[in-house]
Design a protein around this ligand. Structure first.
Ligand code: SF4
Ligand code: SF4
Length: 225
């Protein structure tokens, strides 16, 4: 599973950096490298662009996994150079941006150079498909491990909608109908009767509303006899 990102337009980045003359650039060696949005070559490309636009890039690095706790040590090693920068431009996913900001020795503005799009699975080299929106109450056990929330254009929990044609979604012929996929997979397992069960109205309270969700794994482990 990878965090899929795209590069923000250079104009947007330039606007962010309006008040910064000296910039430190950080890429990520994992998801952003795989997406060709924040690996070494993209970092060097942005560096050249910024310099052509009158910015001084005081330093750069590609952190192995920017969303990881080890980011703290990478930042410590580069602390002197980073101190000379007015701001940091992070070519990482949004988690990386927050991790960098959290572990900086001295507070400094960290700007995102990427848009974080979705959690994706690599279906073929360089081609990613969204597979989960982290709804907090997984229904994959009912849908032959195909997520109807992200794969169906209407996020139907009891599909199909009736607009599917030749296995494609009515929204676009480029989108396979999720409920056709679910039907086919259940049929192959001889479990079509499961489609007759009605999935109740979803409890969205455990999803992305009502503040940040938390999981205290340490406490749960301590409670286990
Ligand atoms: S049902 Fe929810 S948790 Fe399960 S794959 Fe879909 S979005 Fe993710
Ligand atoms: S055609 Fe299929 S994928 Fe498209 S909205 Fe209807 S059920 Fe969902």
């Amino acid at each position: 599973m990878k965090t899929i990102t795209e590069q923000k337009p250079l104009e947007e980045i330039t606007q962010y950096l309006e008040k910064c003359k000296k910039v430190y650039l950080i890429g990520c060696g994992t998801c952003a490298t795989l997406c060709h949005t924040g690996g070494k070559s993209e970092v060097l490309e942005v560096k050249a662009n910024l310099e052509a636009n009158g910015k001084q890039v005081v330093g750069w690095m590609v952190i192995p996994t920017a969303c990881d706790e080890l980011t703290k040590y990478a930042l410590e090693e580069e602390a002197k150079t980073i101190a000379a920068a007015d701001c940091i431009l992070a070519m990482t996913c949004a988690i990386g941006v927050q991790m960098i900001s959290l572990h900086l020795k001295e507070p400094k503005l960290v700007y995102p150079a990427l848009n974080t799009l979705f959690l994706g699975m690599e279906e073929s080299p360089g081609h990613f498909t969204e597979v989960c929106l982290q709804c907090g109450n997984c229904v994959l056990g009912r849908t032959a491990a195909i997520c109807p929330l992200v794969r169906c254009s209407k996020s139907l929990l009891n599909g199909p909608c009736g607009g599917s044609a030749e296995g494609k979604c009515e929204v676009s012929p480029d989108i396979p109908c999720a409920w056709q996929l679910i039907y086919d997979r259940l049929a192959a397992m001889g479990r079509l009767d499961e489609l007759e069960e009605i999935e109740p109205i979803k409890d969205w309270s455990v999803s992305v509303s009502g503040g940040p969700r938390k999981s205290d794994v340490e406490a749960e482990c301590a409670d286990t006899p």
